[in-house]
Write a protein that binds this ligand. Structure first.
Ligand code: SF4
Length: 388
């Protein structure tokens, strides 16, 4: 089925053999895959690895995203979501009742996952979230509570004057089961300095994720790509996640986050020529779609110890997310219901998707839909009369 001489001609002969034998690829081989001009050859290898692990099963979750506030003390240059304070146009901070109302907005079919994330808010304190989480769990005890980027955990530790471990312990006690995986961006220090200089370092991201795993909290992990990073930065980022997973386990799913190039400082600087655009992946819109598939594929091939690779339809767009299922992805995320972070930066996908639409996306590409919770426990398929 594979055209082996073609892989040899592409300079991928050894990589091909390793993938067929289930051997681990090196960071340099990851970089080679990113630079390969034939993304369909790379995608076919990734699809092979995906089918080996998951067959044609493709996961989705009936979930509810709740962004509690976009007020943030940080100034990440790629971020169109943040506001300085409540007086700025577009700023919002939900009160407890508003958060709970969103969790209950489920047509009588409770969400399997409640996903709570916001900015690093200057005055909302950890005790407020502990109370909120206890109330959420009282209202929806079966929903897996997934919340916070690693950057928010670090922010709480600074606010409270304690360790991140102490923050995580308190949140776990209040009902938290899992971290969202956000805040990773790109670990390469020079790029991080350019796109999010105030954010925790890559080393701190990995350290805090490891603390969470050791406490029995699961987490996802992520990479923001398509801005000023190089192929080497990407490969090294993925391999750093893989190394952490070897140490602590606990990463459930990898989420490639495509940079949304609107309404943020970094996009403006790039369009004005104020930033170096020489990175090879700074592509036209059309080519950027293919690059997104390439990232999914290389992630599947490098991350041999992270079970799931997400095609996050909000950031990728529905069509690219569907194509990604044949490039190594095995998960589409979920119903979402309300998304602000990507949309404020120009994501043009819908804000929500019904279960029926997600299942149609999956079956339309020849895959088998599998309903799941946040931890990828399998749940029953759509119930009678259930529409969302
Ligand atoms: S990405 Fe997160 S931490 Fe950075 S400015 Fe935006 S909301 Fe704040």
């Amino acid at each position: 089925m594979f055209d082996q001489p073609h892989y040899a001609a592409l300079g991928l002969g050894e990589i091909y053999a390793k993938v067929m034998d289930g051997e681990r690829l090196s960071p340099a081989e990851g970089e080679t895959l990113f630079a390969c001009p034939d993304i369909f050859a790379v995608g076919a290898l990734a699809h092979h690895a995906r089918v080996q692990r998951h067959g044609h099963n493709t996961f989705y979750v009936r979930n509810r995203h709740i962004n509690y506030s976009n007020v943030c003390v940080n100034h990440c240059r790629f971020c169109a979501f943040r506001r300085d304070d409540e007086t700025q146009p577009g700023a919002f901070t939900l009160d407890k009742e508003a958060v709970l109302a969103r969790a209950l907005d489920d047509d009588g079919h409770p969400f399997a996952e409640i996903h709570v994330v916001g900015g690093c808010h200057p005055t909302l304190r950890l005790a407020w979230f502990e109370d909120l989480f206890r109330s959420l769990k009282a209202l929806r005890p079966k929903a897996v509570l997934k919340a916070f980027t690693v950057a928010e955990i670090h922010h709480f530790a600074r606010q409270e004057g304690c360790t991140e471990k102490a923050v995580l312990e308190r949140l776990k006690h209040a009902g938290l089961a899992m971290l969202t995986g956000g805040g990773a961006e790109i670990f390469a220090p020079a790029v991080r300095e350019r796109i999010c200089p105030e954010k925790i370092s890559g080393a701190d991201y990995l350290r805090i994720a490891g603390e969470a795993h050791r406490l029995g909290l699961a987490s996802n992990c992520s990479m923001l790509f398509g801005h000023v990073e190089s192929f080497r930065d990407r490969a090294e980022h993925l391999c750093a996640l893989r190394e952490q997973q070897d140490k602590s386990g606990g990463f459930v799913c990898f989420i490639p986050l495509a940079f949304q190039a609107r309404h943020n400082q970094l996009a403006e600087a790039l369009s004005l020529g104020g930033e170096d655009k020489s990175a090879p992946q700074m592509l036209s819109d059309a080519a950027a779609g293919l690059d997104r598939l390439r990232v999914i594929a290389v992630a599947r091939l490098l991350l041999d110890n992270i079970p799931h690779i997400k095609a996050y339809w909000v950031m990728l767009g529905v069509k690219t997310a569907q194509a990604a299922l044949s490039f190594g992805a095995d998960d589409l995320d979920g119903t979402i219901m309300e998304e602000h972070i990507g949309h404020m930066a120009g994501a043009d996908a819908a804000q929500a998707m019904s279960r029926a639409e997600l299942e149609a996306m999956i079956t339309g590409c020849g895959f088998t839909p599998v309903n799941r919770d946040a931890l990828f426990n399998t749940l029953p398929a759509t119930g009678p009369g259930e529409s969302a």
